[in-house]
Ligand binder design. Structure first.
Ligand code: SAM
Length: 215
């Protein structure tokens, strides 16, 4: 008899029509990546089992909703399983993505996914963001679930060119995180710091981002 106590939690069914609406012609690539994460994410230490029943709404679609905000060459600091970087690279093949991740086994996963999805707009770089050695060359940097805005500023702003942006995926506390980051905002010369909600009326859980202009 099967040991039901060790069964994997059910993966969330794809919300009706939303994946096609968000990813368009790239919807099958998004499904391929989501299936891979559902199948291997837990055993490879990329995603907790409690996330599987909300994999589409809380993770994949939540990241994809931010896709229209980016242009040029964009870094994702602490990409982990590929959130948001791989999802964004699927949704926006016209943008170049640099996935910046320090942990070797996560870099291996990201590289495997880039290969199997056939993405030619993604570079995976194994480094700590603090040790990035290409200077302020990116048009924008994003991050999700890495740390509070106050501590993310020194990890992201130095990678961004003059006039570029940090665009960070955040939760309900976004405004409180901005209020707590006053010193770092001044020190790294950020301007136009704001909270924006994207994906309303399209995805089940709209996404909050903190946006700020660098220098
Ligand atoms: C909690 S996970 C979040 C992963 C993913 N962004 C997500 O939303 O699921 C944080 C990731 O950031 C990476 N990380 C933490 N600090 C970092 C740093 N200073 N530079 C690069 N990667 C970092 C960790 O190795 C880990 O993969």
């Amino acid at each position: 008899m099967a040991d039901v106590s060790r069964e994997t939690p059910l993966v969330e069914a794809e919300p009706d029509g939303v994946v096609d609406a968000v990813f368009g012609a790239r919807a099958d690539l998004a499904r391929q990546y989501t299936d891979a994460l559902a199948q291997h994410g837990e055993e490879r230490g990329l995603i907790g089992p409690l996330e599987l029943p909300r994999l589409w709404s809380r993770h994949i679609l939540n990241c994809a909703a931010a896709a229209p905000l980016f242009d040029g060459r964009v870094g994702d600091v602490g990409s982990g399983a590929g959130l948001p970087g791989l999802v964004l690279a699927i949704a926006r093949p016209d943008v170049e993505w640099v996935l910046i991740e320090t942990m070797e086994r996560r870099v291996t996963w990201l590289t495997e996914q880039v290969d199997s999805l056939g993405l030619d707009n993604v570079e995976v770089v194994r480094t700590r963001a603090e040790e990035w050695n290409r200077g302020p060359t990116l048009d924008a940097v994003t991050a999700r679930a890495v740390s509070a805005f106050r501590t993310l500023i020194p990890l992201t702003a130095p990678l961004v060119r003059d006039g570029g942006e940090v665009i960070l995926l955040k939760g309900a506390n976004a405004q409180a995180e901005i209020d707590a980051a006053e010193k770092a905002i001044r020190r790294f010369r950020l301007s136009d710091v704001s909270v924006q909600v994207v994906g309303e009326g399209v995805i089940p859980e709209p996404t909050r981002v903190i946006r700020a202009r660098v220098r």
